[in-house]
Design a protein around this ligand. Structure first.
Ligand code: T4K
Length: 376
């Protein structure tokens, strides 16, 4: 890739010498996968780091969504958000479940709890919200509605690694939460993911399900899948866990600089930190008001692109506008005005631990120069 290109993210990589030492151990043991030593160590270390009671590692962040739905026997209709990565809704489709889209709360980007009740039908069995960009959803209100109607709540927390509210992990909310450890995430194992659950019985069930349903050498208790993380990724994950805090702090400093510089720019909106929340700064979305800023979102996006700044329009287009989902009654723009507006105005600016001061200055100059021209 061109050296002058600034990408939206860059993977946190383990120290290669340390990684080699761990690879040597794997080579010596010749135990590559199926609940190996590093896999067990990583599950334990992540429970401690994330302050959660039980975790099950997976090969990516999509299979935990599919498996959670299987484990809880979810069927019929599930209420979800259109403002996410397609994997959220695809996990429902893979389970033969009908997605019902509900609009988002523009203050969080997450599903709007005030619109949930109107979407519940006799076929509704669960809610699948997303802590989009790692920003916590309104979990207490979502849970109150779920309790009132006897619904399950599965959080797609792919972006919410290490996020806490008042010292409590956001991953402890709902029946289960999923994580993605994809290379583009704050904490990564190249490909990888996890499912977080509340009790040992469910952990056991999930461990069976991600291993074809095997409960011992000769017994299969359910039609499971192969979702197991291997030893190489678990070793990589153990090393990355040592440096993830420094990575989050570096990202925080980028966010501080963006906010300082962009606050006076009319027509560029962004979120500040929420009180009591430990954020992970996984994404830095800005929202472009074309009239006030003097340039549309796409004009700015392509201007950045032309200057080698590969920002991204996460999450445009909305999931509900893809051909698979477009025909659903809940997929209309009229039903999803806030999500539509957000998808049409968002740009996620580059944010990662290797971004230099010069990079940040270059990005800001590109955004601010268009605005200054309009002022003249
Ligand atoms: N739920 C939610 C809410 C999610 O956001 C996701 C995944 C999932 C579930 C499913 O989790 P996984 O099954 O994926 O674990 C990325 C990721 O592929 C995807 O994991 C992620 N969400 C989604 C939001 O974004 P792309 O298409 O943006 O990736 P790509 O290849 O364009 O990479 C973006 C930039 O990152 C590149 O320009 C440079 C940098 N990069 C990327 C890779 C892969 C690197 O520097 N090194 C790399 O190895 O999808």
């Amino acid at each position: 890739m061109d050296k002058d290109v600034i990408t939206v993210t860059s993977p946190l990589l383990p120290d290669l010498e340390e990684f080699n030492k761990m690879l040597r151990q794997i080579w010596n043991n010749k135990w590559m996968t199926n609940n190996g030593t590093f896999h067990q160590q990583l599950e334990k270390a992540l429970c401690e780091y994330l302050k959660v009671p039980y975790i099950s590692l997976f090969t990516n962040g999509t299979l935990p969504l599919i498996t959670a739905l299987q484990a809880l026997n979810i069927s019929g209709e599930v209420i979800t958000t259109p403002y996410s990565f397609v994997a959220t809704t695809h996990s429902l489709w893979w389970n033969g479940i009908k997605p019902v889209f509900v609009d988002i709360d523009p203050a969080t980007g997450g599903i709007d709890p005030e619109r949930l009740e109107a979407a519940i039908t006799p076929r509704t069995t669960a809610i699948m919200p997303v802590h989009v960009y790692g920003k916590p959803c309104r979990t207490a209100e979502i849970q109150a509605i779920a309790d009132k109607y006897g619904l399950r709540v599965i959080y797609d927390a792919a972006h919410a690694f290490g996020v806490e509210v008042d010292g409590k992990s956001i991953l402890a909310e709902g029946d289960m939460s999923t994580l993605s450890f994809h290379a583009t995430k704050v904490y990564n194992t190249a490909e990888g993911g996890a499912l977080i659950m509340r009790d040992a019985k469910m952990k056991q069930r999930i461990d069976y399900l991600k291993n074809f349903g095997f409960a011992g050498e000769t017994e299969v208790v359910a039609p499971g899948i192969n979702g197991k993380m291997d030893e190489i990724r678990a070793a990589y994950g153990l090393l990355n866990l040592r440096q993830v805090d420094a990575c989050i702090e570096a990202r925080r400093q980028v966010a501080v600089r963006y906010r300082e510089a962009l606050r006076p720019v009319e027509g560029i909106d962004f979120w500040d930190d929420m009180p009591g929340v430990r954020h992970n700064y996984s994404y830095f979305p800005i929202f472009v008001d074309a009239d006030k800023y003097g340039m549309s979102r796409d004009e700015l996006y392509f201007k950045l692109r032309d200057q080698g700044i590969w920002a991204r329009r996460y999450f445009y287009p909305l999931i509900s506008s893809f051909s698979t989902y477009r025909g659903l009654p809940s997929a209309t723009r009229e039903n999803l005005p806030n999500a539509t507006r957000m998808a049409d105005t968002v740009i996620c600016l580059p944010i990662h631990h290797e971004l230099t001061d010069a990079d940040i200055t270059r990005i800001l100059k590109c955004i601010i120069s268009s605005y200054s021209k309009k002022q003249k």
